[in-house]
Design a protein around this ligand. Sequence first.
Ligand code: NAD
Ligand code: DAU
Length: 354
Amino acid sequence: MKRILVTGGCGFIGANFVRRVLDLRPDWSIINLDALTYAGNYGNVRDLEGDRHRFVHGDIGDEELLADIFSEEGIAGVVHFAAESHVDRSILGPEAFVETNVTGTFRLLQASLESWREGKLDPDFRFLHVSTDEVYGSLGPEGLFTETTRYDPSSPYSASKAAADHFARAYHRTYGLSTIITNCSNNYGPYQFPEKLIPLMIFNIINERPLPVYGDGGNVRDWLFVEDHCDALLTVLENGRPGETYNIGGGAEKKNIEIVHIICDLMDERLDRPHGTSRKLITFVADRPGHDLRYAIDASKIEGELGWRPRHGFEDGIARTIDWYLDNMSWVEKITSGEYKRWMKENYGNRGTG
Ligand code: NAD
Ligand code: DAU
């Protein structure tokens, strides 16, 4: 049995990844380390608990806990998702982003290194650091991010991820730890916390609440269905070259306002509301400070070297996503209670899902 440690496996991408790996690799088992912050939900993986999936409730910054986990012989890989992931939150309170994304990543790298030096890890051990295209900053109307684009982060979130990337790369160059970095574009799909654009719009349409669009809605993101991201990560974990970086993207660039229009029209159909009903909820609000204009990924390296390609186009992915949320409204209600509701009310009054 090949054993890997997944951090943040109760969050959006992490939970999708855990499910995908257990499905596709019957001889693998997973240790899932997650602190269950407001964004993490044990319910996302509860049904998987058993011989092949062990949940550990804890913080990636907890050195004793990490030493305990790494005292096990033969861990074959770390797939590191755990992070504070929301840009707007990082603007309102950057410190947690430094603690988890920078210091937490450093502690995880250090624990891996110590275990590797003690000869406890599997000889083919890899540390896959899951990062973001936001480290590259903003594009103008033309061009794509490549793996050699200069780092130029704009938000405290992207600055913290950039710092973590530098540590992951440095641990390869300095100590020879087999780290690999992936920088991916915007994901969407099941289990995404409804503070992010797509699930927030779906949730607010259901509840006939305003749909806040920042600025003029002209900012562009490159959208990737989460299952395709998970497949890319599995490909990189198994076949990527240590010390390398791989960009991952969907080749599906869209302006935010286009995304919101698509969701509005699909939701009108699904909810049997007259065409145009949901678009009336669109409300242009103050822009995000430091808002990057455009992200777009050149994924030719992972495509050419490792043969990965996205399997879902945006039309297919967004339809699946909407259907998942409509079928899982009790999930949304449950996870948006408590701490999250309080935080939204304090920071946004009645605008969000609270
Ligand atoms: P998420 O916010 O949905 O989940 C983060 C998970 O990490 C949660 O389960 C949370 O409980 C856990 N966590 C947070 N702090 C922790 C800590 N100190 N110790 C242990 N666990 C902790 O995030 P996501 O959208 O699933 O993103 C996962 C990773 O992928 C992040 O590193 C993010 O930067 C990266 N990423 C996300 C996207 C995207 O579009 N969502 C795109 C590219 C890269
Ligand atoms: O590019 C990868 C990144 O994508 C990940 O690293 C981040 O973890 C993830 O959160 C995401 O960051 P974004 O800031 O791009 O995602 P978000 O869903 O917050 O916003 C998408 C776009 O929509 C962005 O231009 C801001 C805008 N927006 C967002 C919200 C929440 C709105 O117009 N209104 C909103 O209410």
